[in-house]
Structure formats: C-alpha cells, structure tokens
Write a protein that binds this ligand. Structure first.
Ligand code: HEM
Length: 150
C-alpha cells in the first residue's frame, strides 16, 4: 500500500499534464469488461466504501480533528455521489465545489495523503481490485490543488 500512496504522490506531480488530458472515454467498456463503476460495486458498493472510510478517518489522529462537527450523513451522501459520478455511474454530485468545501482547512500534504491512504484501505476492505483502486485514485488526483487550496 505504501508503494501505491507513493505512486499517487508521483502522479500528483504529473496531474497538470498527463492525467487531465486523459479522456474518460479510454475506459474499457465492452460487454465482457466491467466499467470502473461496476468494479467499485456500483452506488451501493461505493456507499459501503465511504462508510468504512469514515470509520478509518475517525480513528486517524492525523486528520480526525478536521472532521469534528461535520454533518456525517451529508458528507457520506455527497462523497458517495461524487465517487459514483467520477467512476462513470448514474449519479449527480450536489455538494459544493472542492475548493469551497475545503477552504480555510489548511489541509497539508500529509493530511491529503492520509485521506488517500484511508480510501485505499477502505477499498481493500471491500475487495476492490488494485487496478480499479488505481483508476479511481487517478481520477481524484486533479482535485488535489483545489482540496489543498493551492
Ligand atoms: C481526494 C481527496 C478528497 C475528496 C475527494 C474529498 C471530497 C469531499 C466531498 C465530496 C465533500 C462534501 C462537500 C459538501 O458536502 O459540500 C468533502 C467535505 C469535507 N472534506 Fe473532503 N475530500 C478530500 C480530501 C479531504 C481531506 C484531505 C480532508 C482533511 C484532512 C478533508 C476534509 C473534509 C471535511 C472536514 C469536509 C466537510 C466540510 C463541511 O461539511 O463543512 N477532505 N470532501
């Protein structure tokens, strides 16, 4: 897992050029190959992943203080819808833009990576393949500057 967090970090450096220019249409989507959305267990599977992520966040001293007092049900719904939409599912994210949602939090690189690590763990716990995990992480990378308010 540490290796994949490192890969995510390496990917961040490339986010401006490679990842952003990768069209989502490159997603394999024949009748035999499941889409990323399907590989993540569709919306119900993503809801489980986000629930497990929330438990991991609560237990993680590196970041749990940032989440004190949030509306947990709303966060769960919004993050699930966001990941659903991002993976090609039939959902519409209705939360705030990432820069606005994370403004004034002064999120550090370490905290961003801690969240990514917990998301990987939550996906592991739900039996998501490494390939599907990496494909989802790759789609999250372009959000990094907004979440960190860079
Ligand atoms: C890839 C990384 C991340 C993604 C995709 C993400 C996504 C989201 C989404 C969808 C929301 C809901 C926004 C809304 O309801 O309008 C949210 C809220 C929030 N995020 Fe993040 N986030 C990420 C990283 C982080 C990190 C690293 C932290 C802190 C360590 C963080 C802390 C929060 C908090 C505290 C809220 C609740 C804000 C509020 O309700 O006022 N997020 N995030």
């Amino acid at each position: 897992m540490a290796r994949r967090v490192l890969m995510l970090l390496a990917g961040l450096a490339l986010a401006g050029c490679q990842v952003l220019s990768t069209p989502l249409a490159t997603e394999p989507n024949s009748n035999t190959e499941p889409t990323l959305y399907q590989q993540l267990g569709e919306r119900a599977g993503l809801a489980e992943i986000v629930e497990d992520l929330l438990y991991l966040i609560v237990d993680d001293k590196r970041i749990n203080h940032q989440f004190k007092g949030i509306n947990v049900a709303q966060f769960h719904r919004h993050l699930t819808d966001q990941l659903c939409q991002l993976s090609g599912g039939p959902c519409t994210y209705s939360g705030r833009p990432m820069r606005k949602a994370h403004a004034d939090m002064a999120i550090t690189e370490t905290q961003f990576n801690a969240l990514a690590e917990n998301l990987i763990l939550a996906m592991e716990q739900n039996g998501i393949s490494t390939g599907a995990q990496n494909r989802l992480l790759k789609r999250l990378i372009p959000m990094h500057p907004d979440i960190r308010n860079l």
